[in-house]
Design a protein around this ligand. Structure first.
Ligand SMILES: C[S@@+](CC[C@H](N)C(=O)[O-])C[C@H]1O[C@@H](n2cnc3c(N)ncnc32)[C@H](O)[C@@H]1O
Length: 240
């Protein structure tokens, strides 16, 4: 690390990260991540577009969990995939799954989406699925700016967020119940460790375009992983 980087303070979140009880998740719903992780979408995009663009381009999966998207990118043929998660338990599972598939090249790294351990402008392909909203508004703005920082011009991203049109969010907003800022509701996590309430940060389409203003975006509305929220899949190409 050079001196300039050493002098930049890390972003300090005002919330602890949301961690999952992976064992509980597996017991309760074995198919949760098969149905909900968008790995098929990652595979399709990587195979159709990214391989043709540059099979050796640097790819990053943020909040990889048990590695679904990173594995999908590798299965599609990308050769330089890095996957990051804050939870070491998830990373062990992700690594085990990759090993079982004979995928020895994926780099699994412990890291925070709010302070990505990744060089500026180094990433050509990026996925951030089922995760960017697991923070408050300040954190989401930071996570989007980290995505902007690490991606190069022409980079393509697939990002998933939850929509402010979700009825539960509208209700919380109207009643000012369980809200910790104008965008974020603290709710009960289905899988969280110690039943700690989990933040869900909701955005409008206009805010989303502002968060990713350096990207040309296409937005599709989809249900979220839990099925309780409406979500956006954002396909973006960096133009600035
Ligand atoms: C719902 S899982 C999604 C996993 C994966 N992206 C998928 O779609 O299958 C959310 C993941 O985000 C990770 N996570 C939560 N907060 C994080 C943070 N601040 N930085 C990095 N990872 C984080 C959790 O450990 C968990 O693995």
């Amino acid at each position: 690390m050079n001196n300039i980087a050493a002098n930049i303070p890390e972003f300090q979140s005002d919330l602890p990260p949301t961690l999952w009880d992976w064992e509980l998740m597996r017991e309760k719903d074995k198919n949760m991540f098969i149905r909900c992780s968008f790995e098929e979408l990652t595979y399709e995009i990587a195979q159709k577009y990214w391989i043709t663009k540059n099979p050796h381009g640097k790819a990053l999966d943020i909040c990889t969990g048990i590695g679904a998207s990173a594995i999908a990118m590798t299965a599609a043929g990308l050769s330089d995939v890095t996957a990051i998660d804050i939870d070491p338990t998830a990373l062990v599972r992700a690594q085990d799954s990759a090993n079982a598939l004979g995928m020895r090249n994926i780099k699994f790294i412990r890291g925070n989406m709010l302070n990505l351990p990744i060089a500026d402008k180094s990433i050509e392909f990026l996925t951030a699925l089922n995760c960017l909203y697991l923070t408050n508004w300040r954190g989401l703005v930071r996570a989007a700016s980290e995505i902007d920082r690490v991606t190069q011009l022409g980079a393509q991203i697939v990002v998933h967020l939850v929509s402010a049109q979700t009825p539960a969010f509208q209700k919380a907003k109207n009643n000012r119940k369980d809200m910790i800022d104008d965008h974020t509701v603290l709710g009960q996590s289905a899988w969280g460790i110690n039943d700690r309430p989990e933040p869900l940060c909701y955005t409008t389409e206009a805010e989303l375009n502002d968060l990713f203003k350096n990207f040309d975006t296409k937005i599709t509305h989809v249900p979220s992983a839990s099925g309780h929220s409406l979500g956006y899949i954002v396909l973006g190409e960096k133009t600035k």
